[in-house]
Design a protein around this ligand. Structure first.
Ligand code: NAD
Ligand code: TDX
Length: 341
């Protein structure tokens, strides 16, 4: 619609949220984005500093679990929609300390739902124009055997670690607010994102960072775990489409059509680095791939994730655009230029 939207984006100083805000404001300059982010260790104000001067963008440092703050933001700005990215997102952290995952991913999502319901649905309002878009993950479906069909929107939930369990719980709460109260929700479950601004704790930045320092490149277990890789800008385009055109109460899976074993991906990154950051003679290795080292496996490590993206392809005509080789080259180039690792 051409009605001006005031969108509360949560977690917009993180990896996917910041890429999404850049993408969205370029395409919808008439809308206003309020970015609510706690700036945990994973949030980075630098990620959105270029848009800070825009009149249709407001940054608020705060916690999604703080329902009084969220309520005040609704009252002050007249929030019309929510796109909810904020989460604790790193599986290894969830294994060592699950507390913040339960607080942010479960209770934080609940506080947003509760406040949205109060503002959009109570007092006889039908809330049909107010969208609550929840960003989730393929990890909630657990793990796939090599010969199994990819996850689709009817796959059973089977989370295997405290992170994916907390995201699964959030998905269920969102679902319930649509079924019970009629909140206009959509959920997207996507595969592994990569691209500029990803936190260095994640796999791809870890490979780039350790390689450039000539440290061991750590591959968990046998390195044969498979992930599907989605370029973050392709993800942003899918979110934009689902947010505007997705069906109320619907779930959409977003995949990159790029299943790769971790070892194969690490080798690909190393080959790109050989080209973009050539190793001078006298170093202890001739090629970055010689730094790859197999280390202790992650407990409960899911063997394979893969997404069947037929629904979003058919209903919304979305497809990922970026070839993995191109996306990796751009991402590695970005890390080299920005020296953030
Ligand atoms: P990220 O860790 O890079 O960013 C998370 C952001 O949320 C940070 O800026 C952080 O400061 C903020 N945040 C954390 N707790 C908060 C709180 N209580 N209140 C307000 N802000 C808070 O994460 P990401 O990789 O950008 O992931 C974004 C979303 O996408 C998450 O919901 C995640 O579960 C989902 N997801 C990520 C991937 C992926 O590959 N990265 C894949 C599938 C789904
Ligand atoms: O040093 C490493 N070595 C390694 O082999 C790291 C950090 C990871 N890995 C492996 C584990 C996984 O098989 O690489 C793969 C990717 O690991 P992560 O980047 O930690 O991502 P993953 O656990 O797959 O989860 C990601 O995708 C789903 C995001 O972090 C989640 O937020 C998202 O929901």
């Amino acid at each position: 619609s051409d009605q001006k939207r005031v969108i509360l984006v949560t977690g917009g100083a993180g990896f996917i949220g910041s890429n999404f805000i850049h993408y969205y404001l370029a395409g919808h300059p008439g809308d206003h984005i309020i970015n609510l982010d706690k700036l945990t260790y994973a949030g980075e104000e630098d990620h959105i500093k270029e848009i800070e001067q825009k009149s249709n963008y407001t940054f608020i440092k705060g916690d999604i679990c703080d329902s009084e703050l969220v309520d005040e933001i609704f009252r002050t700005y007249g929030v019309t929609d929510i796109i909810h990215f904020a989460a604790e997102s790193h599986v290894d952290n969830a294994i060592s300390e699950p507390d913040p995952f339960i607080a942010t991913n479960i209770n934080g999502t609940y506080q947003l739902l509760k406040t949205a319901k109060r503002h959009w649905l109570e007092g006889g309002r039908d809330g049909e124009t107010n969208r609550f878009h929840h960003i989730s993950t393929d990890e909630v479906f657990g793990t796939l055997a090599p010969d199994e069909a990819p996850f689709n929107e009817t796959s059973p939930y089977a989370p295997n670690n405290p992170y994916s369990a907390s995201k699964a719980a959030a998905d269920m709460l969102v679902r319930s607010y649509c079924k019970t109260y009629g909140l206009n929700t959509v959920i997207t479950n996507c595969s592994n994102n990569y691209g500029p601004r990803q936190h260095m704790e994640k796999f791809i930045p870890t490979v780039v960072r350790t390689a450039l320092k000539f440290e061991h490149i750590p591959l968990y277990g046998d390195g044969q775990q498979i992930r599907d890789w989605l370029y973050v800008e392709d993800h942003a385009s899918a979110i934009d489409l689902v947010f505007h055109n997705g069906k109320k109460g619907e779930v959409y899976h977003i995949g990159g059509d790029n299943e790769r074993a971790n070892l194969e991906l690490a080798n690909m990154i190393c080959d790109v680095l050989d080209e973009l950051a050539p190793i001078s003679s006298g170093r202890r290795v001739a090629h970055y791939r010689d730094l790859i080292t197999f280390v202790k496996d992650r407990p409960g490590h899911d063997r394979r994730y893969a997404i069947d993206p037929q629904r979003i392809a058919r209903d919304l005509n979305w497809r990922p655009k970026t070839r993995l080789e191109d996306g990796i080259r751009q991402t590695v180039g970005w890390y080299l230029e920005n020296e953030v690792l």
